[in-house]
Design a protein around this ligand. Structure first.
Ligand SMILES: Cc1ncc(COP(=O)(O)O)c(C=O)c1O
Length: 481
């Protein structure tokens, strides 16, 4: 039953081992069946005895063979009769009975990326212009830190992140974002998503109600769902999250997740009165506010908006920031600002998922910020993105005029256009994706059926001169519906 291929990629030992193992597992060799001696098999195959001896030794060690004095080597008698089904399990999962898992895990969507998120192009949302990133400077800092590496740098880093980076970010947040915080309150994480996950583990329990923005950021909602929280969608209007609606609908919610500087996806900035209402609600009900400040560095008409955290006198806000938009997403570095009395709790929560952020890129980033490259990059990109935003707003007004309403164009790297009721934005997006044109529809970001149709148009990665042509293509897709 064994044939070997001397020129094949597998060693002779491996081919002999695999052939016997497969024969036993699929039932063609039975328990107790005699196996030829190593000398006989080697001579039948025309190979040296070494690979045969090695293969037999391995099969004996793993319990597929047993050797009996006087009887030579036989297929083991102690193997279960029906080996084959267990080996084929992977192909037949659906037919082999219950496969229990956490209810919370089973409610998460697993359908893969929707068509409009599968590629990059003119209106890709959240896409940075990588060509503008000062790669040469970054690479030279990386090289400098490589040269400095020693045995100590291989050791675990601090579980909150590097001290130098936390000091640097603290200074930046105080001046640029009006945060009240000390470096001790800053935990470095692998992006906003991890910050949110740790916050939810520490602050919430299964069954807790949580206000989420309607429409809102889908990946954040999944974190609450995984914890078994009840999502309570609260509409966003021209002033941001409608706090009065939230109080009416579910005053006792344990937390609210908000993007007050530049709401995702509508782009609204939360008004001062809404900010105070939200803080007052949190204080009155003992609830938490999670502030996701994902792209607020880029504002085109005014200075960056002061954070909600900076207005909070009661330590009810957990502030989350990320370098995904302002630098690049594969860096996977972000931070969470923790109220002082919760630092130890957050640290304990973090230890269950990782023991701290990787050290190397934190050190590179700290130098990048300290040496002024970060501030320079933001200034340059603000001008560049501002030009792209203006080009997009102009083109939309020329090509589409009153057919669409433009929302949230003052900040960030995307704006949103809403369309008349009944427009099938998902279908248009699917058709566009089939033409390698990526349009992110608005309606899937709503939880309730009362969604508004529209599109989120990213402009970060498209040069201003290419924008008019992309808008014409967008218009032709709308016309063809
Ligand atoms: C609302 C919102 N928050 C956060 C993020 C960034 O997440 P991360 O820091 O995990 O890359 C994004 C990215 O698109 C986002 O849209």
């Amino acid at each position: 039953m064994i044939a070997v291929d001397r020129k094949g990629p597998k060693t002779l030992y491996r081919q002999i081992y695999d052939a016997y193992r497969t024969g036993i597992v699929d039932g063609s060799l039975r328990a107790g069946q005699r196996i030829p001696s190593t000398r006989v098999l080697a001579s039948e195959l025309g190979v040296s005895r070494f690979p045969v001896l090695n293969a037999y030794a391995q099969l004996l060690a793993e319990g597929y063979f047993e050797s009996r004095i006087g009887a030579g080597t036989v297929v083991s008698n102690s193997l279960p009769d029906n080996l084959a089904p267990s080996v084929q399990t992977r192909k037949r999962v659906a037919t082999i009975g219950p496969r229990p898992m956490a209810r919370t895990a089973s409610v998460l969507p697993i359908s893969g990326r929707p068509p409009w998120l599968r590629g990059r192009g003119a209106f890709g949302v959240g896409q940075v212009d990588f060509d503008q990133f000062p790669l040469r400077i970054w690479s030279s800092l990386v090289a400098r830190h490589c040269r400095k590496m020693d045995a100590e740098s291989l050791q675990y880093g601090g579980p909150m992140g590097s001290k130098a980076l936390r000091e640097t970010i603290r200074n930046y947040l105080r001046t640029a974002r009006s945060l009240h915080c000390e470096a001790e309150q800053l935990m470095i994480v692998s992006g906003s998503q991890q910050a949110l996950d740790i916050s939810v583990r520490v602050l919430l329990e299964p069954g807790d109600a949580v206000w989420v923005e309607e429409p809102g950021y889908h990946l954040a909602k999944d974190v609450f769902s995984m914890m078994g929280c009840e999502l309570v969608p609260i509409p966003v209007d021209g002033e941001g999250l409608n706090v009065a609606f939230g109080i009416e609908r579910c005053r006792k919610a344990r937390a609210a997740l908000v993007t007050p500087s530049h709401q995702f996806p509508l782009g609204v900035t939360m008004s001062a009165s809404r900010r105070f209402q939200l803080l007052e609600w949190a204080q009155d009900t003992g609830s938490w506010i999670i502030e996701d400040d994902y792209d607020s560095e880029y504002r085109y008409t005014t200075s960056p908006i002061a954070s909600l955290q900076g207005l909070d006198g009661n330590d009810r806000v957990i502030y989350i920031g990320t370098f995904s938009k302002v630098l690049f997403p594969s860096l996977r570095l972000g931070y969470v600002v923790i109220p002082p009395d919760l630092i130890d709790r957050f640290l304990a929560g973090r230890r269950t998922m990782d023991l701290g952020p990787p050290r190397f890129f934190q050190d590179v980033l700290a130098d990048f910020i300290d040496e002024g490259h970060f501030a320079r990059h933001i200034r340059r990109m603000r001008v560049l993105y501002g030009g792209r935003q203006a080009a997009l707003v102009n083109s939309i007004s020329q090509e589409l005029g009153p057919r669409v309403e433009v929302l949230g164009a003052q900040a960030g790297m995307h704006l949103t256009v809403t369309l008349p009721k009944g427009t099938r934005d998902k279908e248009i997006a699917e058709r566009a994706a089939a033409m390698n044109f990526w349009l992110w529809p608005l309606s899937p970001l709503y939880m309730s059926a009362r969604s508004r149709p529209g599109f989120i148009l990213g402009f970060g990665s498209t040069a201003a001169r290419h924008i008019p042509r992309a808008v014409r293509k967008f218009r032709s897709l709308l016309d063809a519906r």
